[in-house]
Design a protein around this ligand. Structure first.
Ligand SMILES: Nc1ncnc2c1ncn2[C@@H]1O[C@H](COP(=O)(O)OP(=O)(O)OP(=O)(O)O)[C@@H](O)[C@H]1O
Ligand SMILES: [Mg+2]
Length: 268
């Protein structure tokens, strides 16, 4: 393992682009590979991981842990199907604004846990730079339209300034009319590592059923692409695929993501 826990922040300048969907399904995909994973719902503006998974958020969770009222261990909900650990928000209608100093202390504690992977779902917009040092990689989620891409280019610049490793995920791809071409990505983001996740009707069904798409149908386009994305991180964890990299390189989608791990900026 490059670093344990390996902390992945799912972020975007825009709301509604699929941050929670990506965070939930990536955490599920990593847990399915038998890694010890915690998914933290840090979107204090609208906690929604519980809604995606059909869980009532009660008891201690993110707010209590950040405020130091409860330890990390005592703020966990275990999602049984996968032994995936969740730190959930509250269902209260009041908006909670975490204190930057509390957040920094909280993430310092998270960094001391023995999880293999920490996946963080976040609010739209920039995150606080005080805890950037605890993040190993940022997934910037955009939709394939210019307004979202343009504003996410600012988030990419913010990550670059903090010397944070980041990659771009273009979610809900497939509408050729609004597709973000490689040239647009290069113009806005420079030589960022990027991959696409397809628009897939299964995602809407999964949210209605409150079952992650990656537990519904692995062969469907969205879960299959998330699985490929998860391999970027499994490679960092020294997963067996290292022994036979060609096994995955033969799959064209993975080749895109493989660039992420072997590209000049992101070499292990
Ligand atoms: N690849 C996809 N294909 C089809 N629908 C998708 C896809 N990704 C996300 N969606 C849909 O987009 C909507 C928003 O997704 P999600 O809640 O994950 O976004 P978000 O960025 O977390 O939003 P917020 O900013 O409110 O937290 C959901 O209704 C979801 O079903
Ligand atoms: Mg969300």
């Amino acid at each position: 393992m490059e670093k344990r826990p390996y902390t992945i922040m799912v972020a975007s300048q825009k709301g509604g682009v699929g941050k929670t969907t990506v965070a939930v399904n990536l955490a599920v995909a990593l847990a399915k590979h038998d890694y010890k994973v915690i998914l933290i719902d840090a979107d204090a503006s609208t906690f929604s991981v519980n809604g995606h998974l059909g869980i009532r958020a009660s008891g201690n969770g993110f707010i209590e842990a950040v405020q130091g009222k409860s330890s990390i261990n005592d703020s966990i909900f275990v999602y049984q199907p996968l032994d995936l650990h969740l730190m959930l928000g509250s269902e209260s209608k009041e908006i909670y604004r975490p204190d930057a100093e509390d957040l920094s202390k909280f993430y310092a504690q998270v960094a001391k846990t023995d999880y293999d992977f920490v996946v963080i779902d976040s609010s739209p917009g920039l995150f606080d730079s005080t805890y950037a040092k605890y993040i190993n990689d940022v997934i910037i989620v955009t939709t394939p339209d210019n307004p979202s891409a343009t504003s996410n280019a600012k988030l990419a610049a913010f990550c670059a300034k903090l010397k944070l490793s980041y990659r771009l995920v273009i979610n809900k791809s497939g509408n050729s009319k609004s597709a973000l071409e490689k040239e647009d990505v290069e113009r806005l983001f420079g030589d960022v590592a990027f991959g696409t996740l397809p628009e897939d009707g299964l995602v809407g069904q999964s949210i209605l059923k409150q079952v992650p798409a990656c537990l519904m149908d692995n062969g469907a386009p969205f879960p299959a692409s998330i699985e490929e994305l998860s391999r970027v991180y499994l490679l960092k964890a020294g997963e067996p695929s290292r022994k036979d990299p060609d096994r995955f390189a033969r799959r064209s989608f993975f080749r895109k993501f493989a660039d992420w791990t072997i590209g000049p900026k992101y070499k292990n």
